[in-house]
Design a protein around this ligand. Sequence first.
Ligand SMILES: Nc1ccn([C@@H]2O[C@H](COP(=O)(O)O)[C@@H](O)[C@H]2O)c(=O)n1
Ligand SMILES: C[C@@]1(CO)OP(=O)(O)OP(=O)(O)OC[C@H]1O
Length: 157
Amino acid sequence: MRIGQGFDVHAFGEGDFVVLGGVRVPHHRGVVAHSDGDVVIHALCDAIFGALALGDIGRHFPPSDERWRGADSRRFLRHAALLMSHHNYALGNADVTVIGESPKVGPHAEAMRAILAEDLSCDVGRISIKATTTEKLGFAGRGEGIAAQACVLLERA
Ligand SMILES: Nc1ccn([C@@H]2O[C@H](COP(=O)(O)O)[C@@H](O)[C@H]2O)c(=O)n1
Ligand SMILES: C[C@@]1(CO)OP(=O)(O)OP(=O)(O)OC[C@H]1O
């Protein structure tokens, strides 16, 4: 078994939606990012790369590479899933927490779980999505951005 954890932050900027776990969620602000800025998937990718000791998302998808400008982060997750299977591991479970005052994640959590399970080729029961505010404290509390942290357990395939 292998364990991994990941964390990602994006600042809010221009726009009227954010992408979280592959779901386009309406919001009064967008995010500043090279890709689509999906903090859920970026944290999850880093957790998987970490469990495999394969570096981080920036090593696999450098922010200096124009190919990833505006990219759908699901591409990154499917790549992480491929590496997992190449190393003879399968996802045991993943637990993700979104940290921010808004948008509210609860109404979109099931759609996110379904997308993540599809890209990771696993049962949806292995994917958990949670959310918390920071009680108005810090950058997330001031509504300056959004964060996510993820933990994964990988099992031998
Ligand atoms: N972006 C968020 C933040 C929170 N939630 C849900 O609200 C509950 C209460 O949050 P507290 O920070 O006040 O504990 C939390 O447990 C989530 O169910 C959310 O959906 N989206
Ligand atoms: C995802 C990548 C892709 O170029 O860029 P960003 O969308 O800015 O996201 P970040 O979480 O900063 O991770 C770095 C990059 O790998």
